[in-house]
Ligand binder design. Structure first.
Ligand code: ADP
Ligand code: TYD
Length: 208
């Protein structure tokens, strides 16, 4: 996968600064003359964005954990078919704000016993990993305050509270141990431009 292009994802808890860093990296690469596709999950293609609205709005108890996993995979499959794979095939750099690691961590933390279902579905219908994943790591309380301050109307997961965000943070750190060559931890408690320079330096080594 990514034989021609380069697939980069940003992960982390809500409010950690993923969207900011994904945007800054995409701008940096575009300014250097690279073909860049900036995208996000859930979403990143018209059908997947329609599924996103079912996932991020409304009552936290709206879906069972199993249904939620199916919806995230449906959105991801559409995103992969319509946006990510065509971009990689033409040699572009894809920068995605979240990808499959979010399902491993969010849905796996909601119920640890669901991780096998998450993994089997991923193998069956996605089967692709980013070349490089940055986990923006920071204190859960500070991230939650940043996120809720935005009042985006998409706070279904943030409303699950501080304990949940702390469990998610631990889940992302565990992923970095599980996938040590792909997943890199980035200290998110620094100024956005400083983090962006750190990320850009790490990406440079991987550029085709
Ligand atoms: P995420 O995509 O992880 O939810 P965002 O990039 O949307 O996070 O950032 C959440 C909020 O925090 C936004 O209001 C953003 O402007 C702010 N922010 C992002 N990065 C930083 C940073 N390094 N320091 C302080 N505030 C930040
Ligand atoms: P996002 O828009 O990235 O939210 P934020 O900017 O607040 O971090 O993602 C929306 C929510 O969906 C977020 O709370 C994380 C959750 N999510 C999952 O639970 N599983 C997944 O597979 C993905 C991609 C996102």
């Amino acid at each position: 996968m990514g034989a021609r292009g380069l697939f980069i994802s940003f992960e982390g808890i809500d409010g950690s600064g993923k969207s900011t860093q994904a945007r800054l990296l995409a701008e940096h690469l575009a300014a250097a003359g690279r073909d860049v596709v900036a995208t996000r999950e859930p979403g990143g293609a018209p059908g997947a964005e329609a599924i996103r609205r079912l996932l991020v709005e409304g009552d936290p108890a709206r879906w069972s954990a199993e249904t939620e996993i199916l919806l995230f995979n449906a959105a991801r499959r559409d995103h992969l078919e319509r946006t990510i794979q065509p971009a990689l095939d033409r040699g572009a750099v894809v920068v995605s704000d979240r990808f499959a690691d979010s399902t491993r961590v969010y849905q796996g933390v909601a119920r640890a016993s669901l991780r096998p279902l998450v993994d089997r579905l991923h193998d069956l219908v996605i089967g692709v990993e980013p070349d490089l994943t940055f986990v923006i790591d920071m204190d859960a309380r500070a991230a939650l305050e940043r996120g809720l301050a935005r009042r985006s109307g998409e706070d279904r997961f943030e409303e699950l509270g501080l304990g949940f965000q702390e469990a998610l943070r631990a889940g992302f750190l565990a992923l970095a141990r599980e996938y040590p060559t792909r997943v890199q931890i980035i200290d998110g408690a620094r100024a956005p431009e400083v983090i962006a320079q750190d990320v850009a330096a790490r990406v440079k080594a991987h550029l085709p």
